[in-house]
Design a protein around this ligand. Structure first.
Ligand code: GLY
Ligand code: MN
Length: 456
C-alpha cells in the first residue's frame, strides 16, 4: 500500500512497505552517533558573499530582494539532473543548498539579510530515511542551520518560516537580474582567484585530452572519448565542465556548439576543443584551441589558423580599461574581413563588408567575438546593451576573446581546400589597471606553438 497524497514527498520515492512497519520505524530512527557536519564554504567565500550583499544593498536601498537557489530540473520520472545553484543567489551567498532562499529586507542604512534553508532530516525524522531528495540515507549528510549560520555569519532560519515570501520559481524579476548582472561584471580578488583556478585546471585538462588523441584515433573511440576525458578531468578537479564540452573533429569543427561529439577523430583533420572547468565555487573557464590531429597543420589549415591568430591578437590588444567593450570585437572582425577579402571570399569591398548594412564576412562566423565570464560561461547576460556592449572596459572585468572562422564542408562559396576547416582561438582575459592579463596564456596561440604543445 502507498499513501497517494503526501505532498512533501511528491516526486520522490513513495513510502514502501518498510516505511509502514512499526518495527522498522522504531529501528531506523535511533542508534546513530552524533556528528558535526561543517558547512561546505570557506571563510574567504563567505566574506566575498557578504561583500556582494553589501554592494547589492547599496544599489537597491529601499527594495526587498528575494533570491532563490532553485531546484534541480527533472530528468524523467522521479530522477533529477544534478543540482546547480542559481548564479545570482550563489554570488550573494556562496551557498549551494538546493531550495535555499535569501531575503534582504530594507532598514535604515542597509538591509537585514536572512537565509532560509531546508533543515537536514536527522535520525528520528521521517525524511531521514524516506526522502530521496534530501534524506541523509539517500544523498549523504548535510550541514545544519547553525553550521551554515556560523560559516556565513548570517541569521539562518528553516525554509518553512519563509511563509508568504516564497521565492518565485522562475527567478527574480528582469530588472533585479539586470542589476545583479551589472554588479557581477566587476570581479573582486576572491572571484579572480576562483577564475584563475578554473583556468589552470582547464589548461591541464587540455593536456589530458591531447594525451588521449592517439588512443582516440587508434582505437576509433572518436570525439566522445575526448569529451569524456575532459569531463572526467573537470569533475575530478572542479565541480565539472562549466558548459557542454565541445570537441569537433574535421567537418564538425566549424559547427559552433558541436556537443553531440559522435564523430570519429581522424589523422589529417583539425580538432577544435572548446572546454572549461567549473571550479568548486562554480566560477568557470572557457577556452578554445584548434590543433592538428596528426601533429602538423596542412597548409590550408595553417592559413586559416594564422588569420584567426591575427584577429585574436588584434582583439586582445584592444582589451584595456576605458576602451569600449565592442572595440575588441570590431578590431578582430576587421582583420578577418580583410583576410577573407584577400582570399577572394567577399563579394564586396572590405569597407562595404564592415559597414553595418554589409557584414557579408559574418557568413563565416555568425557568433560574437567574446563575452563576460564568471559564474556563468556567458556571464552578466541580463545586463543592458548600454552597460555591457556599449560600456567602457573596467579593471576587474573578466572576458573571453574568441574569434574564429567556420568553413563548412557543404559551403559552395569556398574553394575545395578550405571546406571543412573550423578554427577558433579563445582566451580568458582579466582587465587590469593598465591593460589585461591573459589568464589562459599557458596555452600557445600560434600554429607552430600549438604543434609543439600537442607533441610535447
Ligand atoms: N564556449 C562556449 C561559448 O562561448 O559559447
Ligand atoms: Mn566562449
Amino acid at each position: 500500500m502507498t499513501e497517494p497524497t503526501r505532498a512533501p514527498y511528491a516526486g520522490t520515492r513513495p513510502p514502501r512497505l518498510a516505511d509502514q512497519s512499526p518495527g522498522f520505524l522504531a529501528r531506523i530512527g535511533q542508534g546513530w552517533a552524533e556528528r558535526d557536519i561543517p558547512a561546505p564554504v570557506t571563510r574567504a567565500a563567505a566574506r566575498a558573499a557578504a561583500d556582494h550583499r553589501a554592494r547589492l544593498s547599496d544599489r537597491l536601498p529601499d527594495r526587498t530582494v528575494v533570491l532563490a537557489a532553485g531546484r534541480a530540473p527533472r530528468r524523467n520520472g522521479d530522477a533529477d539532473y544534478a543540482f546547480r545553484a542559481d548564479s545570482d543567489f550563489l554570488w550573494a551567498t556562496s551557498c549551494q543548498v538546493e531550495g535555499a532562499v535569501l531575503v534582504l529586507t530594507p532598514r535604515p542604512g542597509g538591509h537585514d539579510a536572512v537565509l532560509y534553508l531546508p533543515a537536514p532530516a536527522r535520525p528520528g525524522e521521517r525524511d531521514f530515511h524516506a526522502s530521496a531528495t534530501h534524506g541523509e540515507l539517500w544523498v549523504g549528510p548535510s550541514a545544519g542551520l547553525a553550521a551554515w549560520s556560523a560559516a556565513l555569519d548570517l541569521p539562518v532560519r528553516p525554509i518553512g518560516d519563509l511563509g508568504d515570501l516564497a521565492a518565485p520559481h522562475d527567478g527574480p524579476p528582469d530588472d533585479l537580474r539586470a542589476v545583479l548582472s551589472d554588479l557581477r561584471m566587476i570581479k573582486d580578488d576572491w572571484e579572480i582567484g576562483q577564475l584563475r583556478e578554473a583556468v589552470d585546471h582547464t589548461v591541464t585538462g587540455f593536456a589530458a585530452v591531447a594525451d588521449e588523441i592517439p588512443r582516440a584515433v587508434a582505437e576509433g573511440l572518436g570525439e566522445r572519448w575526448l569529451q569524456g576525458t575532459f569531463d572526467r578531468h573537470a569533475r575530478t578537479f572542479g565541480n565539472g565542465p562549466g558548459y557542454s564540452t565541445i570537441v569537433g573533429s574535421g567537418e564538425h569543427a566549424p559547427i559552433l556548439h558541436w556537443v553531440r561529439c559522435d564523430g570519429p577523430v581522424l589523422p589529417g583533420e583539425t580538432l577544435l576543443l572548446d572546454m572549461g572547468v567549473e571550479a568548486h565555487s562554480l566560477y568557470t573557464a572557457d577556452v578554445t584551441r584548434t590543433i592538428p590531429v596528426g601533429g602538423t597543420f596542412t597548409p590550408a589549415q595553417r592559413q586559416v589558423h594564422d588569420l584567426v591568430e591575427a584577429a585574436h591578437r588584434a582583439g586582445m590588444e584592444r582589451v584595456r580599461p576605458g576602451v569600449t567593450y565592442t572595440d575588441f570585437h570590431f578590431a578582430a572582425m576587421e582583420v578577418l574581413a580583410r583576410g577573407l577579402h584577400d582570399w577572394g571570399l567577399l563579394p564586396v569591398s572590405v569597407d562595404e563588408a564592415l559597414a553595418p548594412e554589409g557584414q557579408q564576412h559574418r557568413r563565416y562566423l555568425v557568433c560574437g567575438i567574446g563575452h563576460h565570464l564568471g559564474l556563468d560561461v556567458h556571464d552578466c547576460g541580463s545586463s543592458s546593451y548600454e552597460r555591457y556592449q556599449g560600456a567602457p572596459l573596467r579593471p576587474g572585468m573578466v572576458l573571453t576573446v574568441e574569434p574564429g572562422l567556420y568553413f563548412h564542408a557543404h559551403d559552395a562559396t569556398l574553394p575545395p581546400e578550405l571546406r571543412g576547416i573550423g578554427v577558433r582561438l579563445e582566451d580568458d582575459l582579466l582587465v587590469t589597471d593598465t591593460g589585461h592579463e591573459v589568464l589562459s596564456g599557458a596555452l600557445p596561440i600560434d600554429a607552430t606553438g600549438l604543434e609543439k604543445w600537442a607533441a610535447r
